[in-house]
Structures are given as C-alpha cells and as structure tokens.
Design a protein around this ligand. Structure first.
Ligand SMILES: [Zn+2]
Length: 275
C-alpha cells in the first residue's frame, strides 16, 4: 500500500512525535514480519534506546536508534503503521508493538504478512533485500530531462514495470505508476524502447509532478490517521469502469502478473501484444 507520498506523510507525522523519544519496550505479537538480525532478544535490546532520526527512502522507513541499532520498515503492499494510545484495542492484523515514553505506541499491522520489520545494526542494512537496489527518491530534487533520458536508457521492458521496480526512481508502486502514466498519456505496457522523445518528456514531468501533487492532498486528508489509506482522489488507479477525468472514456482494468493496471484506452492508446 504505502508508496512514497503515503510514507512521506507518515514520516512527517512521526518525526516531531518520536524523534528524541526513548523506547520503553517492544514485542512481537505475531511471527513472520519481524526480522531481528541482532542476535539479542528484541524487546530487551530495544528498550532504553532513543530515536535519533527517522528517514525515508522510496517505500522504506528507517528509524535510527541510539547505540548502533536501526529499525527498518518495509510495508510492501499490505503493511502500515498506527500511532496510538496503549489502551486502544489491538487489532488482529497487528504484528509488532513498540512502546515509547509518554505512553505512546507505534504498531505495525499487516493484512497479509507481506511486509518486513527489520531490527539490526546499521552495518547490516545491505543484508536486507531491496535496500541497495533503490534509485533516487521520487520526492527528491528531480533529475533534469537529459539525466532522466540517460537514466532510462539501460532499461528494457514495459514502462510500468520500470517505474515500479525502484531503480530508475524509488517510491513509485502500482498506484502511482498508473497515475503517472495516465498523466503522461502513455500506454502502461509500452516498451521503453518504443517511447518517443515527447513521451519521455511527458513521463519525466509526470514522474515528479504526480507524487508531489498527491503529497499535498494526502497531508490534508490523512492528518493524524496515519493508518488510513487514501486513494479516492486518484484519477485512474482502482477506478476501472469509471470515467476518465480527462476525456470521459471508460477506464480499463487489466490484471497481469497478479496486479491490476488501470488506464484510459483513449488517452493512453496502445496494443497489448507486440507493442
Ligand atoms: Zn481519457
């Protein structure tokens, strides 16, 4: 679920509340999500450490803790965070609970146990999957058009897959890839090698504009409900059968490789096979 704009809102919410705070305890409520690489008992080892900094890169959230510890959260498709009072009911999807001084809790939940919460030493970070494969964050200072063209060149295959892989830019998932390609008026299954110069130019603009606009909306919509998933304002993602906001044509929904792609056949024309 969380892509760069979603996770950025979560980061902005947690930063002033948890930076400088001491962890008073933690526990694994359900197995599989927590990966403790320290060789020490999680709850005992994390207690007493201070949150020094909270960072985000792409779809990953990093909590730098005092005395050589790092908590790395990769929510994948189904994970999320809840910031709450300890007295609040613990939902069945909760996997990890971290207690903070001042009677606050951070809970990691996951409907399908797809995400991962790593507890490790900072130097172990490259032992975790995906971390060293990430390109520049999509919300960082945009690449120039020329640099973008150059960065795009080594990639083969369909453009949507290139956007979501994280190497060109980090933080774009299924939802924002659909949105970016709709804004850029590019057929999602078009091969990178078939993109025209104009299409690359539109892709460059949309890749940086769409997540930034979304971030502004999400800041208002989410507020302190960081566990909430807000997607209703998107143009095409999960809107199959509805009308394209640009041209009014019916939005398509195609499922391939277990994920749904939404696009407008009129604004984003293309042929599915041999495109
Ligand atoms: Zn359209």
């Amino acid at each position: 679920m969380p892509e760069a704009p979603d996770l950025q809102v979560i980061l902005e919410f947690l930063e002033p509340r948890l930076t400088g705070r001491v962890v008073t305890g933690a526990r694994e409520v359900k197995p599989l999500v927590l990966r403790n690489l320290t060789g020490k008992p999680f709850g005992d080892d994390i207690a007493g450490r201070t949150v020094e900094k909270i960072r985000r890169h792409g779809k990953l959230l990093f909590f730098d803790l005092s005395d050589d510890r790092l908590l790395l959260i990769n929510p994948m498709l189904t994970g999320g965070l809840r910031y709450t009072d300890p007295s609040e009911k613990i939902l069945a999807t909760t996997h990890v609970i971290i207690d903070f001084e001042g009677d606050r809790q951070l809970r990691y939940f996951d409907q399908k146990k797809m995400g991962m919460v790593y507890y490790l030493r900072p130097e172990q970070v490259n032992d975790t999957p995906r971390v060293d494969e990430q390109g520049p964050d999509v919300l960082d200072e945009p690449m120039s058009l020329e640099d973008f063209r150059t960065a795009l060149r080594p990639f083969r295959g369909e453009i949507k897959g290139i956007l979501t892989r994280g190497r060109l830019v980090s933080g774009v998932g299924n939802a924002y890839a659909d949105e970016i390609l709709h804004a850029a008026m590019i057929f999602p299954y078009k091969k990178r090698t078939r993109l025209t110069d104009e299409e690359v130019e539109r892709l460059h603009e949309a890749t940086y504009d769409v997540p930034r606009s979304a971030l502004k909306v999400l800041r208002n919509e989410i507020g302190d409900a960081i566990h909430k998933k807000v997607r209703s304002f998107l143009a095409v993602h999960r809107k199959g059968g509805q009308s394209c906001p640009r041209c009014g044509y019916t939005i398509s929904a195609i499922t391939a490789n277990k994920r749904e792609t939404n696009f407008c056949r009129k604004c984003q024309p293309g042929i599915l096979v041999n495109n």
